[in-house]
Design a protein around this ligand. Sequence first.
Ligand code: ADP
Ligand code: MG
Ligand code: MG
Length: 924
Amino acid sequence: MTETTKWVFAFDEGDGKNKKLLGGKGANLCEMTQIGLNVPPGFVITTDACLAYLETPDRQLPAGVMDQVRDQMAALERKTGKGFGNPENPLLVSVRSGSAMSMPGMMDTILNLGLNEETLQGEIKATGDDRFGYDSYRRFIQLFGKVALGVSDEAFDKEFNAVKEAAHAKQDVDLSAADLKEMSERFLKVVEEHTGKPFPADPMIQLEIAVKAVFNSWMGRRAVDYRKQFHITPEMANGTAVNICTMVFGNRGNDSATGVGFTRNPGTGENKLYGEYLINAQGEDVVAGIRTPKPLDRLTVEMPQMAEELAELRAKLETHYREVQDFEFTIERGVLYCLQTRNGKMNAHGMVRTSVEMEQEGLISKEQALQRIDPISLEQMLFPRLDPSSKVEPVAQGLPASPGAAAGIAVFDADRAHQLGHDLGQKVILVREETKPEDIHGFFASEGILTARGGKTSHAAVVARGMGKPCVAGAEGISVDVSRRVAIVGATSFKEGDTITIDGSSGRVYLGEIATVEPDFTPELSTLLQWADEVARLKVMANADTPEDARNARKYGAVGIGLARTERMFNATDRLPLVIEMIVAETPEKRDEALEALLPLQRQDFRELFEVMAPNPVTIRLLDPPIHEFLPDEHQLEQDLADLRALAGATRGMTALAGSMGLLHTPDKARDEFDAVRRVMDPMMVEEAIAKKEAMLRKVRALHETNPMLGHRGVRLGISFPEIYKMQVRAILEAAAECAQAGIEIQPQIKVPQVCTVQELKRVKVYVDEAHAEVQAKHGQPVKFKFGTMIEVVRACMRAESLAAEAEFFSFGTNDLTQAVFSFSREDAENKFLPLYNQSNVLQDNPFEVLDERGVGKLMQLAVDWGRGVRADLHVGICGEHGGHPASIAFCDQAGLDYVSCSGPRVPVARLAAAQAALKHRPQ
Ligand code: ADP
Ligand code: MG
Ligand code: MG
């Protein structure tokens, strides 16, 4: 870069597509100017200038920057007819930061730059409004002092309050021109005291200081931390640009206003202008929550002409950007200016509805509609809503700022929220007067956010929507007393630790916990997911263990069950005693008896699953966990035994005592009572109980394993206790035969867990073939089924060719496979060293959450290829958590799998992710 480098671009010449060079805000200001929107004239200093500046050892602006800035200021003077520093008719500007990605922690905007004692007089003369002049001046001194010179807010606040008190003013608007003049004088002194220098009066010097301050803020702690936390790399955003923009004034009287708008409702997606404004206000007043703004609907009444122009602005923005826009505007004496636009951040409801509607309006294609939504966000749409039939009255009403309902204990500051919510795992609702960027850790730890001040575009609302958390903002009836940890609501109050419920869809606040109901798919979501299914190659199945789960999964659009875990069925209260009996049986006959009793129950389970899912496949996994998991805990048994033995001693003692007292022969009331007691403590019964517990304890000890997850489980169990698998296989096939008889078309699939050698599969296949022949003979009906294997053991991957000779399908159990490939036991890893590994980048992700493509994935790919080499139509899928993770789904698509199977609520996420995976590699 040389002296001839172009560091500065006027809004009417900068390339609106080049966000990397001009920052997001700057690029859009250029673009809007060039498509004819009314943007106040201005220019952008590039991010390259920022980087070059930061590289200089003594932080000097690169040669040429200030020359080009002076040229541009001269051009602004020509365009506006005003002069920078001209006491007659002063030009004032704002200085705004903006990088390629929006990022808190960058320098705050300075408004009204160019004011000093002389230009102030010019401004007052030009506007004829001395209150306006002094108000602008004191704001400028404070902002400049704070953000460009680093003077603390408190110093200004102290003077501010002193003046307010002296003037007996309740609100800022009660302050007179004289009060504000006094305030600006005090502010100037504050700056001088804190910096040791007089406040810079020369506008060009003010400008240079401000530009440097913006550049410096790129390396400020908050910005650096934010980039680290959100993995923003230099490729994504490098350096900040500076935007210098002619001031327009929304605080010039009642024909002036400032506001923010969304071209569509970001909470619901409704195709209607949404936003807020304040009459006679400037800049940040709307977002800062100082006054609660009015909804834009009101503008039609208060300023009909402006409302019309705003509608035009909205239409122009959307047809140009073909994306919902979030924009800032200011009205100065009846003239509308647009000050910023960017793509609107919306919650999932908003994204889905706008995607579908914008496609229907011809603004975007189906592919774009599918690609603009983050699949994970769809989970938000499945959040519970407040039970509409609940009769509980709300205690306060605020603005519905981010939809969904949440209940939790109230906490009044972000640190407490973090402590209780994050560290202690409690459900908390963060309740604040208003929130600030430094409260962000409290948001992460909370179920929902409630603020007493601020509108739908306040910090709390915007951040909560971004996170998909419910938020009620501006509930003015609530006053928060942080130091006493209590919130007053009219006649009542709630304190820290009290449970409250907020409904971000209606803006209502309730004391206590209100019941919630499961949400339904919106018509738009159904449409969108239908489009997704049309382009996706991968099918999405669900993991479902009960008919209830299966019904839900179906509702979410699953086209089958990829994993039904039979052990969940074993755990039901009517089964467990039978299961235990089967396990502790001392003889094969006894065991058969218990299994006989279990068989019809399992048959019924399977039949219901088949029926709910018909005609889609239902994949049933034979028993997997080690059987001692169904038995009582060893320590509990020991404890119980000790208690029983003590009781036996006491009973014996009592009986002896009673005998020696001749009580046993006394025919009176005392004896009746004694008998009653003795019946309960019958020594024989106690002895029997002891014997039973001892037998159980022996069994539990016999079954004890040092490492159960690598022990006697899955198919190993099926081979050493063949009766169990035989019973399950029979139940599956009989249920299938019953369905066939009833004319229900189904696709049963039997899946064997933990297989490491084909010999295991072959043994189980023998049970299956025997039972199959018998069931067909008995029902006189052909019964179709598929036989396949889990692939979750490393050796199974390596032996995929031989397994595929027996198995018609493979189902990757990537949780166990990940444990095996890493030799990590999941729980130990996650509780002990994985967080550190992730933090220090030894491992980039948690492999139990994000499928490890390079290790586990590679092994999967080998198994798929080898398996298909033997059996071309081998059906391959993945079940388990990874099956619902978009990045892992993309991998499965590439690896040639046929389906993914995930938990029910993840099915919509997986359907969209499968479509996106297919689109990614589709030739455009
Ligand atoms: P942020 O990135 O925090 O939105 P902005 O640079 O957009 O910061 O500015 C903060 C506030 O100041 C916004 O309300 C914006 O509309 C207002 N503002 C910025 N520049 C001007 C200007 N030239 N005239 C009037 N208001 C302005
Ligand atoms: Mg802005
Ligand atoms: Mg497993």
